[in-house]
Write a protein that binds this ligand. Sequence first.
Ligand code: G6P
Length: 490
Amino acid sequence: RILHDYLAGDEIIILSNREPYIHNWKEDRVEVQVPASGLVTALEPIMRACSGVWIAHGSGSADRDTVDARGHVRVPPERPAYAIRRIWMKAEEETGYYYGFANEGLWPLCHLAHVRPVFRSQDWRHYKEINERFAMAVIEEAKTDNPVVLVQDYHLALAPKIIRDHLANATIITFWHIPWPNSERYAICPWHREILEGLLGSSILGFHTRFHCSNFIDSVDRLLESRIDRDTSTISHGGKLTAVHHYPISIEWPSGPLRAHPSVPDCRTQIRTLHRLKPEHRIALGVERLDYTKGILERFLAVERLLELQPEWIGRFTFIQIAAPSRSIIEQYRRFSEEVRALADRINARFGYTGYQPIVLLVEHHSPADLMTYYRGADCCFVSSLHDGMNLVAKEFVAARDDDQGVLILSQFTGAACELPEALIVNPYHIDQCAAALHLALTMPAVEQRARMRSMRGVVQEFNVYRWAGRMLMDAARMRQRARLIREVG
Ligand code: G6P
């Protein structure tokens, strides 16, 4: 309802690299996959609520076979509410734009995870071309001269300016889902100026935290000629104004996959039966894409340390790591995946025995419903990112626990840590501290779990994804109203 109030019939177009539904051929039938992406998790409920068009890269093997002549497909499959417009790219374009510039350049540039960013001129060329393609699709889709365009993430930094050049009255809200580095580090990018200018095509530029907003403003201050008003957090560049604000992203509440889901005791039994564990066996859980920013190695080392220091857990505790394969064409990701497997094998060889493995590593995609069963069946969820814009796994775990039980261990280097101080906050580089947090989590009395969980649930319920979108759209609505007034008054 909030979204309807703010949009009041406005046209809404979302732009992101990743599409919310991927169609793949499985033998002779089409299977629909929901990708493992925090961005998709957050935006999909909004599109279901307000319809519109979502422009995204068509990446599935059956994507071309499921669209109409305009490149559209209506989704969600079970109850169509909005359209995806698919953008096609050649293999070499995807390599340059997505794997190269976005994921070997910008991703490691923005995350402090000690992976060196790689910038190649030919990747940059593809990045520019694909951003142009996305922007032109907006212009084709727009039915009015002033749509509300929601541009998502680091894949599309140049699109806001291109859209602005064609649709001067559009309200362009760009959200950067990953951290923004300090200005010194940011200047490593050979095309830092073009990226800043691209983003400053936006009416509103959003980050998860205040800290990332100031890093961005400092970068503009240092690298671009512009006027900055730090009191109002606005930047004026080339005669255009951009407001830079923080909007911490969140998830749907009540959680979609929770509807009609089996009870917590049923989930506990299901998970333990599936993994051939006793009913009283303790389980801690990790859920993410197999990505070097997520601190998976540090987490496994903490499990090893726990078993070293508290051997009473051997045979009574298992860490289940769900890791969705991700960006595996990139060398860094392949190497990281091997390191994760090798470390799990080493720890399992050290502490495991027939019928017992301290670490269960599941490198495969899981559906939202399956993840819900794991969240509800576990005793603890461990998020140990080395650096993370927000981290929605932490919030999903909290939303899943309507029994008010379960302990969240959360890295201090996530945006989520600012909002969920009742979690056990850890520094993932401090392995002893993480091992102690695991022990604390596994022995925490039910009353304390309840107190912490209730408080965290209150926060996620109140600051849910509708609030995230609502705040941005409310700011946009104010801007639109002001622009209308100026036009009318002349
Ligand atoms: C992060 C990014 C998203 C991206 C997701 C999954 O959350 O901020 O933009 O969709 O990772 O990564 P992938 O490369 O598979 O889309």
